[in-house]
Every structure is written in C-alpha cells, then in structure tokens.
Design a protein. Structure first.
Length: 297
C-alpha cells in the first residue's frame, strides 16, 4: 500500500501497577530517524522501543513519547522521622510545648513524607504494558499514514494524468512542426530573395528543413517519457496492493526526476510555441509530483 511519512498515533494501557500513554509522531525524511522520550527510569527501554517501531516504519523522522504513571500504594510513601522530629524540636523551642502544631500539620511540611521517585520504576516488569500502549500508538499511526497515502496516490495519478494528456498533444503536434517551419522559412527567404531577383531552389529549402527536423526531433524523448509515465503508474499500482516494497518513495522520486529531464529536453528541442505551452503545463504537474513524492515512504 502507498504510505505517507506523516502521521500521529496514540495508545494507552494500564495494569494494577502502572498507567501508560504512548504517542508516536512522524514526518518526512529521506532516512529513518527515531527519537525516544520517556518518564524517568524508563530510558533504558529505547532499543526495544526502536525495534518495535522499525517493524512497520521504514522511512521518516519518528518521535516517540512514553509516559508511565505508577499507581502508588500507601506502602510506597515513607515518613522521614528525622525531619519530623527536627521540625517538632524547632517549633518547641520557638513557642513552647503548648504551641506545638498537631501531627497532621507537621505531615504537610516539606520533606516529612518521601514520595516514590525514578528508583521505583520497574522497566522490565512494566514493559508488557508499555509495549501494548506503543503497539496501539504505532497501529493508529499507520492507519493515518494509510489514509494520507490514499490521498497521495490519488493526487499523484491526477498529476501524471496531466503530463500524459499534454504529451499526447505534443505527439500530435510534432509532425506538423517541420511543415510549419518549411512554410515560414520559404516565406521569409523567398521574400528576401525576390528583392534581390534570386530564386530559391527547392532542394536548398528541403535540405534546410531536413536539418531543422533532425535538430528538433523529439520522438526519442516522447517515447522515454511515456515509458516513465507507465512505470510511475505501475509503481503506484503495485504499492496499492497487499505487498509492501522497500524504497518505493525513492523509486518514485527517481522516475519523477527522469520525467523532468525528458520534458526539459522536449522543450529545448521542439522550437514550437504550441509545444512550449504544453511543456509548461507538464513542468507544473511534475513539480507537484516532486513535492508529493517527498512524503511517500
């Protein structure tokens, strides 16, 4: 299937110990680049996270965010007796025994109760939950990439259709270019020679026209361009099937580049205003194609 490199996905999972939220974002890039951010204590899972993403994503810049919230139990919290006694002694010295605050107020003072930190993280034990959330995020990401890919395929085919239609017009016009040149040449040269009283030999005119036809022949370019268009469409069709191909985006980029090369040559050799107009239309469509294939995986 045709896949876009742009997408977003989110996945969630939870166990008795943790609640996990995974987010995966991707944008276009010529190569695969994965960056990973996570809650404290889970950075060591990066190789596993990257391996999971690489199973389905082959190109693009991918940002993976994993947030893990532990479901703390009462036994996870500890009262720092030294800190508590320190507060109590200081308050006694300041205001006497009768002005001591109650225990509930003392417990709210900074440092009295220690809360779980990164040392409480259990990457190995929590990996199944993280893996489930990440798998859900990647699945959602790929679903969006598929939808984007369908839109890309539609637009690429439409732009290739513009090139095909203009190429047909060029091929239809090409045989008439030589005759139009012969008529213009005969008129201009004949008018000049009449003033000098000199006649123009048909063989001289035919030789000049033959040279022009040889210089402006675009038959090879049109044949190659049509072949590139057929290959371009066949590549998109193959991608739309169940099989995924490696480097398809790069292949489309290369074919688009070769089509542009042929169109430029046609424009420089044809020497005809009608063909030049069609060349401009083909270049416009090809520019759109080159922009779009940058987003194809």
């Amino acid at each position: 299937m045709l896949l876009s490199m742009t997408g977003f996905g989110e996945g969630r999972s939870q166990t008795d110990a943790v609640s996990v939220v995974a987010e995966v974002r991707s944008i276009n890039n010529r190569h695969l680049k994965i960056s990973y951010r996570s809650s404290d204590g889970y950075h060591g899972l990066e190789p596993r996270v990257e391996a999971l993403v690489r199973q389905t994503v082959r190109r693009g810049t991918v940002q993976v965010n994993v947030r893990v919230e532990r479901r703390n139990r009462a036994s996870d919290y500890r009262i720092d007796h030294d800190v508590l006694l320190g507060y109590q002694e200081q308050l006694t010295q300041l205001g006497g025994v009768h002005s001591q605050p109650t225990i509930d107020k003392l417990l709210t003072l900074p440092g009295v109760i220690t809360t779980p930190d990164a040392s409480a993280a259990d990457p190995e034990g929590d990996w199944p939950a993280i893996e489930a959330a990440l798998a859900g995020a990647v699945e959602a990401l790929n679903a969006m990439r598929v939808r984007e890919g369908e839109a890309l395929a539609k637009d690429l085919r439409a732009q290739a259709g513009v090139v095909t239609a203009e190429l047909a017009g060029v091929e239809q016009r090409a045989p008439a270019v030589a005759e139009a040149y012969r008529e213009r040449l005969a008129e201009r040269v004949g008018s000049a020679l009449d003033k000098l009283g000199v006649s123009l030999e048909p063989s001289d005119l035919a030789r000049e026209v033959a040279l022009f036809v040889d210089r402006s022949d675009i038959s090879e370019e049109t044949v190659r361009l049509r072949s590139h268009l057929e290959q371009f469409d066949a590549t998109i069709t193959a991608m739309s099937g169940p099989e995924r191909q490696e480097g398809v985006g790069r292949k489309l980029e290369f074919i688009a580049q070769e089509m542009g090369r042929e169109v430029n040559t046609i424009g420089s050799k044809a020497n005809d205003s009608e063909i030049s107009v069609r060349v401009v239309e083909m270049k416009t469509a090809l520019e759109r194609i080159r922009e779009q294939v940058q987003n194809v995986e």
